[in-house]
Design a protein. Structure first.
Length: 146
């Protein structure tokens, strides 16, 4: 599974709060336009989520199930049911000195055969490396905001 790691200039608890909230994904992943939480666990974490992407060029709709290990600041996700896009991944945060943390991220993505080639080409750019960089920018902007 492709993996990426990046250091983030923000506290691990702050980062975990943002990472473990799938409703915020459209704020840092451009290809996701809408998020609907379909089910939550007893702690209030989203465990089944519907995503809609690429609305301007033809919507792509898929659902993910999430699992959380709060003490380890670790989460994983997998595609729920049949979908045009299959995703499996895991992310975890490691605390560093100086109010920084490190994000470890793995992502396996597969576009369905029914998707047109332009959509497959767009999704091919959705790599673990690009995702961690997008999250880093999102978090550091939020941390610097007044």
């Amino acid at each position: 599974m492709p993996a990426a790691t990046i250091e983030i200039g923000a506290d691990v608890g702050f980062c975990w709060g943002l990472l473990a909230d799938p409703r915020l994904v459209p704020d840092w992943i451009a290809a996701v336009a809408q998020v609907d939480v379909l089910d939550s666990n007893a702690a209030g974490r989203a465990v089944r989520v519907r995503f809609v992407g690429m609305p301007s060029t033809g919507s792509m709709d898929y659902q993910l199930t999430y699992h959380y290990d709060e003490p380890a600041r670790r989460m994983s996700w997998t595609t729920a049911g049949e979908a045009e896009r299959e995703l499996d991944g895991e992310a975890w945060l490691e605390a560093l000195d100086g109010g920084r943390c490190r994000l470890h991220y793995t992502l396996a993505a597969k576009a369905g055969r029914s998707l047109p080639q332009w959509a497959r080409d767009t999704l091919a750019d959705d790599t673990a490396e690009r995702v961690v960089r997008a999250f880093q920018r999102f978090v550091e902007r939020r941390a610097a905001a007044p």
